[in-house]
Design a protein around this ligand. Structure first.
Ligand code: ZN
Ligand code: ZN
Length: 113
């Protein structure tokens, strides 16, 4: 059974920049939404309202712009440690860029040793 609810677009739905491997790298949030690296870095930190009514910023969390779910964001020395890249989208981007010819091809026969 295949889900064909929505077409996966190869561009960020926030800044409309096309995803690519180096600059607008797609990252996938906990909720499953995909966002480019720049928009991820630009997200406001998540704010929770404590029972006292005092808003409190969570240090390592952001909220998804689409569904408001919390997601962890760890950035160290300018490098994103979390969330992880959307490797499926990266693969799509790579294959659409036509760099398929000289890609390393993994043959299943070579696994026998
Ligand atoms: Zn973006
Ligand atoms: Zn979401």
């Amino acid at each position: 059974m295949q889900k064909t609810t929505k077409e996966e677009r190869l561009e960020c739905s926030i800044c409309w920049e096309p995803f690519n491997v180096f600059e607008n790298v797609p990252y996938v949030l906990w909720c499953g939404h995909t966002i480019c690296k720049y928009c991820l870095l630009g997200l406001q930190r998540a704010v929770v309202i404590k029972s006292s009514g005092f808003p409190f910023q969570l240090p390592f969390f952001v909220t998804c712009p689409w569904c408001n779910m919390l997601s962890l964001r760890l950035v160290r020395n300018g490098a994103i440690k979390f969330p992880s890249k959307n490797y499926y989208l990266l693969w799509m981007v790579e294959s659409m860029n036509g760099s398929r010819s000289d890609n390393k091809r993994i043959t299943s026969e070579q696994r026998e040793v």
